[in-house]
Design a protein around this ligand. Structure first.
Ligand code: GUN
Length: 303
């Protein structure tokens, strides 16, 4: 038996379509488009591609994109001044500063300067606290996308054993909070965890987010488990060709799992779709407009 392949591209396209529909209604009611500012400091090639994709998706959703590309030697003070301007700009509903930042800039200082109510990345300590407290805020886009994919597989996650491999602030920790809020029994495993394969083998839901290519093997997976692979690792072969692989050894895991995300085409496309979703939600909150519930809970159950 082989696992059902979770089509992240299709789920993401469907979410972006629902956001675009909701944005059109928002524009009709308020007379303005939601605005998303994306800030890139420096020339990092991967970050540059992400920022371009985010801006294209913003336009396609019917929102206004404000792209700020700053030189690699930008000072922290200059970046903070830009954030202050974006915080004060009524046309900007969401602010995203692409990470990583150059060494002369303290990322924590930058993140905490963003107005928490425009923090569509969900990285500000106020939003981290809101998530932990069960309050409305912003949830980081990658774990939010993972949760949406999981809900596409099983409507209720209640009572399931979930293992999150990885404890990053961007994915592992918020993912664990989201699964806990869905009434899973959650384990956060990491590089110091003893008997990692044994831990993963207990799990009905596995989320791998460690950045180690192919770490999670098929014989670590409980038969029928749902496996969400957040890893995006570029493997360069001896002949110079390269490909993207996840943190899960797909070829062996697909033989055992009940459902699994591929890399690419799994979690990746959901991240930008969730950013569009968060920007739309931010605009609604700031205008006091109703958030269309169909954005998150499609009548057709997903893709
Ligand atoms: N760099 C890699 N992923 C992300 C993300 O989700 N948000 C931001 N701001 N930077 C990133």
């Amino acid at each position: 038996m082989t696992a059902r392949i979770i089509d992240g591209k299709a789920h993401a396209a469907a979410l972006r379509g629902r956001v675009a529909t909701a944005v059109a209604a928002f524009r009709a009611v308020t007379g303005r488009a939601p605005g998303l500012a994306v800030v890139l400091v420096g020339e990092d090639a991967a970050s540059s591609v992400y920022v371009r994709s985010k801006n294209r998706a913003t336009g396609e959703a019917g929102m206004r994109g404000f792209e700020h590309r700053l030189p690699a030697d930008t000072s922290e003070a200059d970046l903070l001044a830009l954030i202050d301007r974006l915080n004060a700009d009524p046309a900007v509903d969401g602010i995203l500063v692409q990470l990583p930042l150059p060494a002369q800039i303290d990322a924590d200082a930058v993140i905490t300067r963003i107005d928490p109510d425009k923090d569509v990345d969900g990285f500000h300590p106020v939003n981290v606290g809101r998530l932990a407290s069960g309050l409305a805020g912003f949830v980081p886009c990658t774990p939010l996308g993972c949760l949406m994919l999981l809900k596409g597989v099983a409507l209720s996650l209640s009572g399931l054993d979930a293992v999150v491999v990885g404890r990053s602030a961007i994915v592992g920790k918020p993912m664990a909070q989201l699964l806990l809020a869905e009434s899973c029994t959650v384990t956060i495993a990491h590089s110091r965890t003893r008997d990692l394969p044994g831990r993963v083998r207990q799990a009905d839901v596995v989320v791998a987010a460690v950045g180690v290519p192919g770490l999670v093997k098929g014989d670590w997976i409980k038969p029928g488990a749902t496996v969400i692979d957040v890893g995006i690792n570029r493997i360069v072969r001896a002949d110079g060709s390269s490909s993207l692989v996840g943190d899960v050894d797909f070829a062996s895991a697909v033989q055992v799992a009940g459902a699994i995300t591929p890399v690419p085409g799994g979690v990746g496309p959901m991240t930008i779709a969730c950013l569009m979703r968060n920007a739309y939600v931010s605009a609604c909150r700031r205008e006091g407009a109703a958030i269309d519930p169909r954005v998150d809970a499609p009548e057709d159950g997903g893709a």
